[in-house]
Design a protein around this ligand. Sequence first.
Ligand code: F6R
Length: 242
Amino acid sequence: MKIIRTKDYQDMSRKAANIISAQMILKDDSVLGLATGSTPIGIYDQLVDWYKKGDLDFSKITTVNLDEYKGLPKENDQSYWYFMNKNLFSRVNIRPDYHFLPDGTNLDSDNECERYEKLIDSLGGIDLQLLGLGRNGHIGFNEPCDSFPQDVHVVDLTESTIEANKRFFASADDVPKQAYTMGVGTILRAKAILLVVSGKDKAEALNAVVNGPITPQVPGSVLRLHPNVIIVADEDALSEME
Ligand code: F6R
């Protein structure tokens, strides 16, 4: 694991965007694995900025996202598709049919999980997977559990996640109860992994990922088994490092 220390969120975003753009320049038809959440927003802004300046080209790039809520259509402003479209896809010259997320409207979980895993395989795998880190060490929607889930699978959202999401929906019934996510195996099959971490509230999780035991109780710790992981983290996120 290579750890790149940055001053703050902005510095983290710029350095991580540099790594992604290097990948895109070296291989213009790269398959990029992408993430949602607050951490990558600055990275996407930076990539869009370089695209607008003519320094980056998405015309041969393919993207696959980590996860999506089951039951939410693209148009729902809480869907991850909506997030990606707003923050990246609609702002660059990526081809419409070349950015993929699990299909939240496919309610047949077995079918959707198999379809998405096969889709990733058919693209020749992921060249560079961008990951954020949960405060409990989760990656994608792989929450602490007793064994590492391998392939794309459906997860039940915890009561606390459902409760926290309630405010974004018209009624409690509309809050998604499940999500599709790449498994730990899917993530580890990526050729390279870029984990971005910012803020004091992630410091304990990051220390556990880097220095603790490799355990499904800290899903991110499994990244230590991958030969090509770069962590870009700001000082706050590195503040608990042993
Ligand atoms: C997002 C994802 C999540 C987030 C993680 C960190 O697609 O799969 O694992 O990366 O929850 O989220 P933020 O960046 O909002 O702290």
